[in-house]
Design a protein around this ligand. Sequence first.
Ligand code: GLU
Length: 279
Amino acid sequence: MIFVTRFAPSPTGPLHLGHAYSALLAHDMARAAGGQFLLRFEDTDLERCKPEYTAQIINDLTWLGITWDADPLMQSDHFDIYNQSVSVLTSRGLTYPCGCSRKDIAAALAAPQEGAPHAVYPQICKARSIADRGASDALRLHMDLACAEISGTNLSFEETGDLKKGIYPIDKTYLMSDVGDIVIGRKDIQTAAYFLASALDDIRQGITHVVRGVDLFDFTQVQVLLLHLLGHKPPLYHHHLLIRDDDGKRLAKRDDARAISLYRREGASPEDIRSMVGL
Ligand code: GLU
């Protein structure tokens, strides 16, 4: 079977141990399978993403011995493609404009939901028509209508990673009550939000196996739904366990103390990094 995978960092900080593990694992899997390893910078958030981080990530990956088989894809060069897909969903009546700020949303949520990690959007703007879209409005997906479009299908995805392997059916109840009407188009940053851009690029890059951390597992259902609505077959997914620090806490990008560049400055070798992440 052809094996094409990728590493898709958002260049909002330096490469840390957790990223290095993800990149090395995907790269090793591609090389072992005689397949391809591709690189994609998810740099659609123009405020938080910085070219110097992109350069440093490339430098660190090269130092780790990682090679990629095509020029890296920069998402910020392709806003038109993501917007086209948002327009397709909009023309089918699956989106609505929303100008709510985080504060509006927090105020509308009932007390028990406050502070929930993934607050479900309380549908304040759901009745608005697309014709009223203002310059600073985002576009949200009508999750109920999107789910109605897949009723009668057995939409699912295959998981091959560190979690329970097998076929995971898309759960409409979960999507409607736990995910809700997500933002898929953001006027302020000119593009589709992460879910759509990332899923679309997996198709555009011909990815057969998405190798990424289990922290992204819950997004898979949404991405498979969006791909299906746009007529695409999902790749296979391989979610790996996360690298944790000595206290068992997940390494975040903010945790610059674990940046690969720092280990490099302290004299670590690529082999040291491999053994630190258990490879
Ligand atoms: N850009 C995402 C991140 O840096 C990863 C997206 C993915 O691998 O699907 O967390």
